[in-house]
Structures are given as structure tokens and as C-alpha cells.
Design a protein around this ligand. Structure first.
Ligand code: PRP
Length: 178
């Protein structure tokens, strides 16, 4: 077994440094917008974990976070079109300002589903924060309130994003070899 997954990467699309800078910018924007408000982040497993971990470490203000588990790609490159709920939220979001955090907004099916699911707990508001926004692929009318990078229709891995459940641990975002 080859021990280095980097040989499968065609090129680096977003470096660690670019991501780090962008995450800091996003923290500043969110911090300003949520001044004087309660903030509850709901991160979408599993792709969001690296982004969430870097994002929350940028704040000094109080905040709460929890996870929701949903999936629709089943490890592959194409959305199955069916979003499956794998894990429910475990905190009370009634009357709260919820910020949904995910790695990528692609067809919009995942975040459309999550928004609809969270709505039934009667939060005060739901906003969406993603690192990567792939607008060209949208199938559902859902938009990000905060996004880091707009990218073209390329299949990316790393920084939480997987192919067949691998490559999530790469600290940068890369394009996989065919
Ligand atoms: C990925 C990603 C987003 C979603 C975006 O999740 O983490 O949640 O797809 O795609 P969409 O806008 O087309 O719905 P996936 O279903 O692969 O599960 P994972 O996070 O566990 O990898």
C-alpha cells in the first residue's frame, strides 16, 4: 500500500495559507454581524469538521456548536439526489440565531434539506456559511450568506472533502487525478 495520498492530487486549488486567510476574514465578518446576538453553529457532518474547527478557534465571543449528520454522495463524485439524515441535532435551537456551517455548497440539496429540517425547531433565523461555493451546479434554490471561495465545476478533495471517504485529512483543497 502506497503511504502518500498526495500522488493522487492533480493540482492544488486552494493552499493552506489561502484557506487560513479566508477563514480569518470570514470570522471577522461573522463576528461583526452577530455582535450582541446569540450564535449557534450547526455543522454538517462529515465534510465540515476541518472548516468548523478552524472557524470556531477564531472567535473570542461566546458561541455554541453542534452537528447534524446528512449525506447524499455515498462516497462518490455525483450526488445521489437523495439526502439521508444520519444524525439529529442534540441541542435546543428554539428562538436562536443558527448559522449552518458546511465545507461546500454544490447542488444545494444538502443545505436545502438541512434548512428545512432545522426550521421545525423554530429558530429565530437560519443563515448559511460555507467555505466553497460551486454556484454552477445548483439544483435547489439555496444560497450562502457567508462563503469563502467561488469555484468552477471541478471535483475537489481535502480540508474535509472526500472521495470514497479518503483525502478529507489533507490540509489544502486539491483536484483529484482522473
Ligand atoms: C458533501 C458536502 C456537503 C454536500 C454538498 O457531503 O460535505 O455537505 O456534499 O453537496 P450538495 O450541495 O450537492 O448537496 P456528502 O453528502 O458527500 O457527505 P460528507 O460530508 O459526509 O462527505
Amino acid at each position: 500500500m502506497d503511504n502518500n495520498v498526495e500522488k493522487d492530487i492533480e493540482s492544488v486549488l486552494l493552499t493552506q495559507e489561502q484557506i487560513r486567510q479566508k477563514v480569518s476574514e470570514m470570522v471577522r465578518r461573522i463576528d461583526t454581524d452577530y455582535r450582541g446576538k446569540e450564535l449557534v453553529m450547526i455543522a454538517v457532518l462529515k465534510g465540515s469538521v476541518l472548516f468548523l474547527a478552524d472557524l470556531v478557534r477564531g472567535f473570542k465571543r461566546p458561541l455554541e456548536f453542534d452537528f447534524i449528520g446528512v449525506s447524499s454522495y455515498e462516497g462518490g463524485k455525483v450526488s445521489t439526489g437523495v439526502v439521508r439524515l444520519d444524525k439529529e441535532i442534540a441541542i435546543d435551537i428554539k428562538g436562536k440565531n443558527v448559522l449552518v456551517v458546511d465545507d461546500i455548497l454544490d447542488t444545494g440539496r444538502t443545505l436545502g434539506f438541512v434548512k428545512h429540517y432545522l426550521q421545525k425547531f423554530e429558530p429565530k433565523e437560519i443563515k448559511i456559511c460555507v467555505l466553497v461555493n460551486k454556484e454552477v451546479n445548483r439544483a435547489i434554490d439555496v444560497d450562502a450568506d457567508y462563503w469563502g471561495f467561488k469555484i468552477p465545476d471541478v471535483f475537489i478533495v481535502g480540508y474535509g472533502m472526500d472521495f470514497e471517504n479518503n483525502y478529507r485529512h489533507l490540509p489544502y483543497i486539491g483536484i483529484l487525478k482522473r
